[in-house]
Design a protein around this ligand. Structure first.
Ligand code: SF4
Length: 384
């Protein structure tokens, strides 16, 4: 397999689906969490759930960087963007994430804040070089995949002697979030979600490798299969998980062998470790404050830390009480369970972060899955 079409081959997908149907024990339910929003997107876009037996259930996880960003950090970015000397550089899917009181970066921009959409950290560096009179702050978000480029941007700014570049750091880590989900950490709901296996994130694992997932298999007896983002990748990972569960195995397996190795990208890891250190605690939307789950700049890079540079303080901010993003992000509910889904809340009028990013579960369901879910629920009823 070399080309993308081969990872979307319908005949092969049906043959893997037949294998899952053959091997899944009809007398039990398989509850598998796809951690990553990229997988949620692929599952919804290619209708993978339609191919599965009704007792193989996929639970959406918190691996969407925009979705897990708490409102307080969005508010902090908005406050930063309103400083007269600041130009805030942000990825496009952050622009409409709701902050407190219906605010967003997009609204702040409309009100006069200098906020610019960028495609990469290098774009932000270029703005800082071109406009030495502006303080350019890069709104850095994401899991282990996007942390190395931010580390490189800091190195680049250092090398170029840029004095007007800094980052608002919100980089988070995957294994602590998986641990929190298994331990049932959440905002106000301590009931753990029953999960029997994880489809592990592809791009994150190209950086961190497969080793960091071993405690979940060894200590929690939860199998993990690292999978790519194409539909056949995900289908094959589901089959691998069903097999592990049937055989009573709990191992870390790597479906995404074309890019992931056990140790990951050591160079990227070293670069990240040189620039960042672990925060004692960080707030995640839906999961609350998780210990040692996020990164901040090391003291030697304090000059590039926008929080210190501009004295940005984090205020407490409460999500819209009707929005179920928190419960959806920890797998306790599906998007359709939210009363606002598809009525008040749509991609054009997002009330929560899960409807903003294409990787968000609500946006993925709205775009691809909202007509399918009823049919699947009916199938479940028929089987019952
Ligand atoms: S549908 Fe909208 S309001 Fe409901 S959980 Fe999703 S993002 Fe929040």
């Amino acid at each position: 397999m070399k080309y993308v079409d081969e990872y979307r081959d319908g005949a092969l997908a049906r043959s893997i689906a037949a294998g899952i149907a053959r091997e899944a024990n009809p007398n039990r339910t398989y509850r598998l969490m796809e951690f990553c929003g990229g997988h949620t997107h692929a599952i919804s876009r290619y209708g993978l759930e339609d191919l599965l037996p009704v007792n193989v259930r996929l639970i959406h996880g918190p691996g969407c960087p925009v979705c897990v960003l708490p409102m307080a950090r969005v508010d902090m970015a908005i406050a930063c963007s309103r400083l007269p000397e600041v130009t805030l550089a942000a990825y496009g899917d952050l622009m409409r994430v709701p902050g407190s009181g219906g605010s967003s970066l997009l609204k702040a921009k409309a009100e006069g804040a200098d906020i610019r959409m960028v495609y990469s950290t290098l774009d932000a560096i270029r703005i800082a070089e071109a406009e030495p009179g502006r303080e350019v702050v890069f709104f850095a978000i994401g899991f282990e995949t996007t942390t190395p480029p931010t580390a490189l941007a800091i190195r680049s700014a250092e090398k170029k002697g840029l004095k007007n570049f800094s980052i608002l750091c919100n980089h988070v880590m995957t294994p602590p979030a998986m641990r929190a989900i298994l331990d049932g950490a959440s905002e106000g709901d301590a009931t753990p979600v029953l999960i029997e296996g994880f489809i592990g994130p592809a791009h994150v694992s190209t950086v961190i490798g497969t080793h960091p997932y071993e405690p979940f298999a060894r200590d929690d007896r939860k199998p993990v299969v690292i999978a790519g983002f194409e539909p056949l990748d995900v289908a094959q990972a589901i089959l691998m998980l069903v097999r592990q569960i049937n055989e009573g195995r709990a191992e870390v397996e790597n479906q995404y062998i074309r890019a992931v190795t056990p140790s990951g990208n050591l160079k990227a890891q070293a670069e990240v470790a040189a620039v960042f250190e672990t925060r004692e605690s960080f707030e995640w939307r839906g999961l609350g404050f998780l210990p040692r789950s996020a990164l901040k700049l090391r003291p030697e890079f304090a000059a590039y830390d926008a929080e210190l540079r501009f004295g940005l303080a984090e205020a407490l901010a409460k999500d819209n009480p009707a929005c179920e993003c928190g419960t959806i992000l920890r797998g306790a509910k599906a998007p359709r369970a939210c009363k606002l889904f598809g009525t008040v809340c749509t991609p054009d009028t997002p009330m929560g972060s899960c409807m903003v990013s294409p990787e968000g579960a609500c946006a993925a369901h709205w775009t691809y899955g909202r007509f399918r879910e009823r049919a699947r629920a009916d199938r479940r009823k028929e089987v019952a």
